[in-house]
Design a binder for this molecule. Structure first.
Ligand code: FES
Ligand SMILES: [Fe+2]
Length: 343
């Protein structure tokens, strides 16, 4: 069961070109994404109302899509506008469409009640497309339930172990205390790691003569939107001294595909060395490698848990944020179900 009244990232902008009809499964529903002639994206259910053929095998015609089984044509609102061989269009001949918005370089879809789809509530992912930041689009497909990935994001102590050779560098990250704050629709975490060794990828990107201070400040919404500012600075400088610091702004969107699989869209932008594309590439490669490390662990964990899902787990102090987060998700789901019942 997923929260439906939320904006989920369904694709990067470049995945949907002028003639593309992209099929993707979101919250267990197969949908198609294409663009109208003016470039505006359209999201439709992937099922023709006639005999159930997938519209992903259809053909784009201007703002419309034609089912390539028996040729019925649907406009961007999902209304059938042509039935080959007859002039009368059955009034029920329509397919479901979903509210959709392109913001920065992400295409966002609203899978819930269209009446509540307010684009003003879309997360601010400015660093994906900003003159002062550089990034490279990222995507991974995780074979695990979205909550196992949220658990991972809510407990950075795993950096010291899962990412020993990429993000970690020292067990100090697991040992420091972190501040956890409950927000209206998610959790904020601030973790400061003083006087530590730079991570291997910081050594590659920065030129720190010795030890460093590291910090992470991020929020994870109940619908899997992760926004983080993270930095590293030489230990002999102030924490907030921008001179020589490496600062990253990370946008990561977890979009449930099914109960057992998750789309992971990510951008890990840097605001230094703006004219050196190799820095952004190196940063991307480090992050992508780290996410492979996460994926390996989380997918293996999912398999173990699936063997005996009701067996109790033993909580430790590091679980504070994920315990609070999971309770918030349960609460948000219950509120949505209640609201649906009252309609
Ligand atoms: S199934 Fe689409 S037109 Fe027949
Ligand atoms: Fe990780």
């Amino acid at each position: 069961m997923f929260i439906r009244n939320a904006w989920y990232v369904v694709a990067w902008d470049f995945e949907v070109l002028a003639d593309t009809v992209l099929e993707r499964t979101v919250l267990g529903e197969s949908i198609v994404v294409y663009r109208k002639a003016d470039g505006e994206p359209v999201v439709m259910e992937n099922r023709c109302c006639h005999r159930g053929a997938p519209l992903s095998l259809g053909r784009k015609e201007g703002d419309c899509i034609r089912c390539m089984y028996h040729g019925m044509k649907f406009d961007a609102s999902g209304r059938c506008v042509e039935v080959p061989g007859q002039t009368l269009i059955p009034p029920k001949a329509k397919v479901r469409t979903y509210p959709v918005v392109q913001r920065t370089r992400w295409i966002w879809v609203w899978m819930g009640d269209p009446a509540h789809a307010d684009p003003a509530t879309i997360a601010d992912t400015f660093s994906i497309q900003h003159p002062k930041w550089r990034t490279k689009p990222g995507y991974k497909h995780f074979g695990a339930n979205v909550l196992l990935i949220c658990d991972n994001l809510l407990d950075f102590s795993h950096l010291a172990y899962v990412h020993e050779k990429t993000f970690g560098g020292s067990s100090a990250i697991a040992e420091v205390r972190h501040e956890v704050t409950k927000l209206d629709h998610g959790i904020r975490i601030v973790r400061k790691v003083p006087d530590t060794v730079p991570a291997p990828y910081h050594q590659r990107l920065g030129h720190f003569p010795g030890r460093v201070n590291r910090w992470f400040d991020y929020t994870l919404s109940v619908t899997g939107m992760f926004i983080m500012t993270a930095g590293v600075q030489s230990v002999d400088r102030a924490w907030d001294d921008p001179d020589g610091a490496l600062v990253f702004h990370s946008c990561q969107a977890l979009t449930p595909e099914t109960a057992d699989a998750t789309h992971y869209f990510f951008s890990h932008a840097n605001n230094f060395a703006l004219d050196d594309a190799t820095v952004t590439e190196a940063s991307y490669q480090s992050v992508a490698a780290a996410f492979e490390e996460d994926m390996r662990m989380i997918q293996a964990q999912a398999k173990v848990l699936a063997r005996d899902p009701d067996r109790p787990l033993v909580p430790i102090a590091a679980d504070l944020a994920l315990t609070q987060y999971r309770a918030m998700v349960v609460e948000a789901l219950a509120a949505e179900i209640e609201a649906r019942r009252n309609v």
